[in-house]
Structure formats: structure tokens, C-alpha cells
Ligand binder design. Structure first.
Ligand SMILES: NC(=O)c1ccc[n+]([C@@H]2O[C@H](COP(=O)([O-])OP(=O)(O)OC[C@H]3O[C@@H](n4cnc5c(N)ncnc54)[C@H](O)[C@@H]3O)[C@@H](O)[C@H]2O)c1
Length: 252
């Protein structure tokens, strides 16, 4: 006898980027449909095309996650067109610049907080009220190993990712006792546009900002696989976790 388990709808922000696209493609394997959100319309459309080529339904929406009205609108649109959101990968983020703290530009610091912190907050704020009445759902916020340590030259990014972990832990406590779970994934450096850009800036920066040796970079799929696990019933007892995926680079 086969038991038909209803597949959830997944929503992924920043899904036009390297990690978000890998998450969206990985979740497509276990989802009825995937909502693709990115500020880059072309990149979002390409991810949707790749998912449809794999035989899964997808819908791409251009939106800025730092806007409350745009976030409210894309959550409504996905629920209306695809169905109830069961999995939410709250992943969009930016890296800012590499500069010593005393030279770090105010406007870039502000933008990092807008996108990386307010964006994650707004995603939680608008998706949780959909999941709470249904009593189930899985949310994975993309933080970074920069959520649990300092990084010279990355004041804005590090501050923003520490805040993502704080939001994750707060949301996890607020859904305690339900079948809703909110976890954070903390990738170390992943082969991606973002890390290539940061590496370039570090190499151009002062010697103090250049990093000492490191493990090989991971692949976006390494993150996507762990997001899929955290979103699955196999992780039913995992809530409020800071799940490091960095090949051991931040082992204390
Ligand atoms: N690449 C890494 O090594 C690494 C390591 C740790 C954490 N992360 C985190 O992983 C996430 C994804 O990073 P990535 O490496 O795929 O970077 P990326 O730049 O390839 O992808 C980020 C995506 O987010 C989108 N985006 C940016 N601002 C947005 C906004 N305001 N609204 C909607 N979409 C927006 C971009 O257009 C892009 O497609 C980020 O939160 C990042 O901080 C990345």
C-alpha cells in the first residue's frame, strides 16, 4: 500500500542567486510548487524556468524583501496562486563592502540592516500568520557563520547576520509547542558570486583584512541539502537551531 503524503508549497527569497537557486531546485524535489522571489527579475525567471524543466510548478515574482508592502503582496500572491506555504527559505541577503569599522560607510551599513535584518523580519512577520492557524510549517533563515563570530572588515554584514540569529531564536520561541519550526542555517564560504566579490575586496584591502588559510569552499548544493533536511519531518524536533555548514571552519 502506498501512502500519499501531500507535498507542501515552498517559498524561497533571493532565489535568483547562487544559494537561493540551489535551495529552490532542491526543494522542488519535495514540493508541489515553488514560489521564487528576487529583486532581480531575470534571475528569478531563470530559476523558475529551471524548476519547471524538472517538472515542478514554479512562480517567479520580482520583489524587494526590505519592503513591507511588497513582502505582504508576494506572500498573498503565492498562497493564492500556488497554495498554502509549508516551507519558507528566508534567504535573500547582500554582502556590503569590506572596510575597517572606522571607515565603514553609514549608507552601506544601513542597507545591510534593511535587507538582511528587516527583510528576514518581514518574511517572518508575513509568513508566520499563514502558518499559525494551520499549526504547521518549516522556516529556514539563511544567516552565516558571521552570525557567531567577528570578521575583520565586515562590520555591517556581521552585525546583520548576528541579528538574523536573534530573530530566528525569538520566532522559534514564539511557535514553541506547535508543529511550526524556525531554524537558521549558517553557511561558511560557499563558491558563489557573493564570496568571489568579497574575496576580491579582501585581496584589494589592507593586510590586516586578508584572511589566514581556510578550508575549501562549499557548493550551494551543500547548503540546499541541509535546508531541505531542516524543512523536512526528519527534523521535526529541531527548532531554534543555528545549523553550521562550513566543513568545520568555525569549530572552536
Ligand atoms: N555565498 C556565501 O559564501 C555565503 C555564506 C554565508 C551566508 N550566505 C548568505 O546566503 C544568502 C544567499 O547568498 P548567495 O551567496 O546566494 O548570494 P547571491 O548574491 O548570489 O544571491 C543573493 C540573491 O538575493 C537577491 N537580493 C538581494 N537583495 C534583495 C532584496 N532586497 N530583495 C529581494 N532579493 C534580493 C539578489 O538579487 C540575489 O539573487 C545570503 O543571505 C548570504 O548572506 C552566503
Amino acid at each position: 500500500m502506498t501512502i500519499e503524503v501531500e507535498r507542501p508549497v515552498a517559498l524561497v527569497t533571493g532565489a535568483g542567486g547562487d544559494i537561493g537557486r540551489a535551495i529552490a531546485l532542491r526543494l522542488a524535489r519535495v514540493s508541489a510548487a515553488v514560489g521564487i522571489i528576487d529583486i532581480d527579475e531575470g534571475a528569478a525567471a531563470e530559476t523558475a524556468r529551471l524548476i519547471e524543466a524538472e517538472g515542478c510548478k514554479a512562480m517567479a515574482i520580482r520583489a524587494d524583501v526590505s519592503s513591507g508592502s511588497e513582502t505582504a503582496a508576494f506572500v498573498e500572491a503565492i498562497e493564492e496562486r500556488l497554495g498554502p506555504i509549508g516551507i519558507f527559505a528566508n534567504n535573500a541577503g547582500i554582502e556590503g563592502v569590506v572596510a575597517p569599522l572606522h571607515e565603514y560607510p553609514d549608507d552601506i551599513f544601513d542597507r545591510l540592516l534593511q535587507v538582511n535584518v528587516k527583510g528576514v523580519f518581514l518574511g517572518l512577520k508575513h509568513v508566520l500568520p499563514k502558518m499559525i492557524p494551520r499549526g504547521q510549517g518549516a522556516i529556514v533563515n539563511t544567516a552565516s557563520t558571521s552570525a557567531i563570530r567577528g570578521r575583520a572588515g565586515l562590520a555591517g554584514y556581521v552585525a546583520s547576520k548576528h541579528a538574523v540569529l536573534g530573530l530566528t531564536r525569538t520566532a522559534a520561541l514564539e511557535v514553541l509547542g506547535t508543529r511550526i519550526r524556525v531554524n537558521a542555517i549558517l553557511p561558511g564560504p560557499i563558491e558563489s558570486r557573493m564570496i568571489r566579490e568579497l574575496d576580491l575586496q579582501v585581496r584589494r584591502g589592507s593586510a590586516a583584512l586578508r584572511r589566514a588559510g581556510s578550508a575549501p569552499y562549499g557548493r550551494p548544493e551543500d547548503i540546499a541539502n541541509v535546508v531541505a533536511f531542516l524543512a523536512s519531518d526528519d527534523a521535526a524536533h529541531v527548532n531554534g537551531a543555528a545549523w553550521v555548514v562550513d566543513a568545520g571552519m568555525t569549530v572552536p
